[in-house]
Ligand binder design. Structure first.
Ligand SMILES: [Zn+2]
Length: 297
């Protein structure tokens, strides 16, 4: 009887070891064979101001280096593919466009289709904000350099948070891409979205990142630039106050400043810009349904 008991205990122990062995090996194999990265990517729209996502190689191969119009393009691993996330300029012509993959002789084509954005007419009381004088122009040229440096920022980073949280809740006062006229004079199209809210409303970082520029600019007023990796940069303009320093790391949801109407603005609002490969794209593409998150204009 004692022997039988001992045999049963031994058998049980052996079975346990066998089970652990099998289970353990299986989980180890699963870890080796599974590509762990499934990137949540922005929505696509092959239009001026939109985004295209293109397969640029198998994930087993080294990360490809991709350029579009001589600008470095974000490349992320998504399941078994390397994918290029390409920002298309508002000034892009409809038709065939090409990206270049380093080491490959043939460029990869993609199509851009036309999109007619509506017109918007705004009246600005401070005429210098529409027709700057000589002193203003000198300042604007200097600022342009700083802004371009911020928007050109490139930081290698494997995983990018391309799904944003809303920087604030408010009224969707002006969508992206509007063809703008200030005091009836044509100016650059609207390169971001405007969210109107009372002065002093806190503005939150939409994703983790690093503050790469901050300051008071002629058109944009008090502004903050945050880089999120691989050329994804967000811009916050017309703020009443700035709560972050250049070089500071911010986490998703952290307060970076408050809504104001500094610079060229007709009322308190956040102008929010999103840039990919130094190209301003529609921030709505980084949400499932931005309109439902904001009050109607
Ligand atoms: Zn705006």
């Amino acid at each position: 009887m004692r022997n039988t008991h001992r045999h049963l205990t031994l058998l049980f122990t052996l079975l346990c070891l066998l089970f652990i062995g099998l289970f353990g090996t299986k989980s180890l194999l699963a870890e080796v064979n599974t590509v762990p990265v499934t990137q949540r990517l922005p929505h696509t729209a092959a239009v001026p101001g939109g985004i295209v996502i293109l397969d640029v190689g198998l994930a087993n191969d080294p990360t490809p280096e991709v350029h579009y119009r001589k600008k470095r393009v974000m490349v992320v691993q998504n399941n078994d593919q390397w994918q290029a996330v390409v920002g298309i300029s508002l000034t892009a012509k409809p038709g065939k466009h090409l990206i270049k993959i380093k080491g490959k002789s043939t460029p990869l084509p993609f199509q851009v289709i036309a999109k007619q954005y509506p017109e918007q007419y705004l009246t600005i009381k401070n005429k210098r904000k529409v027709n700057p004088n000589k002193t203003d122009m000198k300042r604007i040229r200097g600022e342009r350099g700083r802004i371009n440096t911020a928007l050109r920022h490139w930081k290698p980073q494997a995983e990018i948070e391309t799904h944003f949280s809303l920087p604030l809740t408010g009224r969707f006062s002006s969508p992206f891409g509007l063809r703008r006229f200030f005091n009836k004079q044509p100016r650059k199209p609207h390169s971001g979205i405007d969210i109107a809210a009372p002065e002093g409303t806190p503005i939150h970082a939409p994703a983790a990142g690093k503050v790469i520029e901050r300051g008071e600019f002629f058109f944009n007023g008090n502004s903050v630039f945050i880089e999120h990796g691989q050329g994804l940069v967000t811009l916050y303009a017309h703020m009443s106050r700035i709560d972050v320093e250049a070089g500071q790391h911010v986490s998703r949801g952290e307060i970076i400043g408050a809504v104001g109407q500094t610079g060229r603005a007709t009322g308190p609002h956040l102008h929010w810009g999103v840039s990919l490969n130094n190209t301003r794209v529609d921030p709505a593409l980084f949400f499932d349904d931005l309109k439902s998150l904001l009050a109607a204009p």
